[in-house]
Ligand binder design. Structure first.
Ligand SMILES: [Zn+2]
Ligand SMILES: [Zn+2]
Length: 318
């Protein structure tokens, strides 16, 4: 028998008062030696006091044999057995309490884990991508010779991994040249046009907080006469995200009829080139997008549809 099973059987009880025996005190077992039955000390005294014929003897409640007072004796073996059974019962109740608590704790932990794991995974992925970028950038900057040939365009704001991701979106062997950066060249249209000139294949990089995204256009820049107007002309356009919207850099293809060149927003006091209006119809957004949406249900890669970018860079495809 296992200790737990023994404890489940329980401590034997006095046949008169039906209370469990104790190893000492009023409830310690005494043996009526004339017949061999046991009762607790308290009940033994009562039996003697209330003997039907007033004798100083206990009449056994089980078999009705008299045992004289001085023959009512403690049985030490019985006391030891009771003590052992009590200890077992105590241990098993402590054990079952611990088991119950452990079960609750495990259940609670599992629930908590499920509850926090989703954002946790997001944080872990975000941090690991950031660390990877940082390591790559560090290795490229400090020990460029050890990293196989990622030749970043001079002066670009792109990290090596962002640059590689961008190149891969072209499915081909292209080279990019950084020709304009708002932080370096100024944020007016004039600054932009001076730098871009008549180059046709352009990649715009827009940085806003943790968001890095942009667009490719194949038709060069044809600005409207009036900077507050829109100017629409035929060319290939697709968007891409490099950070902040998907688990990985993602190309966002737009159907021909919805293609728009980035539209600059002129507003007094705002840097012209960095003032952006940008939104993508939800039906054109690839699965897995976790960036922001506008009130109209469009994806806004800059966190809002209208925003002032931290940095705008233009690269020319060579
Ligand atoms: Zn009793
Ligand atoms: Zn008896």
């Amino acid at each position: 028998m296992l200790p737990e099973q023994m404890a489940a059987v329980g401590v034997p009880e006095c046949g008169v008062c039906h209370e469990e025996y104790q190893s000492r005190g009023d409830k310690a077992p005494l043996t009526l030696t004339a017949c061999g039955h046991s009762v607790c000390s308290q009940c033994a005294r009562e039996l003697i006091r209330h003997h039907p014929h007033g004798r100083r003897a206990a009449r056994c409640p089980t078999c009705r044999v008299d045992t004289t007072e001085d023959a009512v004796r403690p049985t030490y073996l019985a006391r030891e057995c009771v003590a052992t059974l009590q200890a077992l019962a105590m241990g098993s109740s402590v054990l079952s309490t611990i088991k119950t608590w452990a079960l609750w704790l495990v259940g609670w932990l599992v629930l908590t884990l499920v509850w926090v794991s989703t954002p946790l995974v997001a944080v872990v992925v975000f941090v690991s991508v950031w660390v990877r970028d940082l390591l790559l950038a560090t290795f490229t900057d400090l020990m460029g010779i050890r990293v196989p040939p990622i030749r970043l365009p001079a002066g670009t704001s792109l990290s090596p991994s962002q640059y590689v991701a961008l190149i891969n979106m072209f499915y081909g062997d292209i080279k990019l040249e950084s020709i304009y950066r708002s932080s370096r060249d100024g944020s007016t249209y004039g600054n932009l046009l001076d730098r871009v000139g008549d180059k046709l294949l352009l990649v715009f990089i827009i940085r806003k907080g943790r968001y890095v995204f942009g667009a490719f256009i194949s038709g060069g820049l044809e600005l409207p006469e009036n900077p507050t107007d829109c100017n629409e002309y035929d060319c290939d356009v697709w968007w891409f995200s490099l950070a902040g919207h998907f688990w990985r850099p993602t190309k966002i293809d737009i159907p021909q009829q919805k293609q728009r060149v980035i539209r600059w927003r002129e507003r007094r006091g705002l840097p012209a080139v960095r003032s952006c209006l940008q939104a993508i119809d939800s039906s054109d957004v690839p699965a897995g997008y976790w960036g922001k949406w506008t009130g109209y249900g469009d994806a806004c890669l800059g966190g809002r549809d209208g925003f002032v970018a931290d940095e705008v860079e233009v690269l020319a495809v060579q």
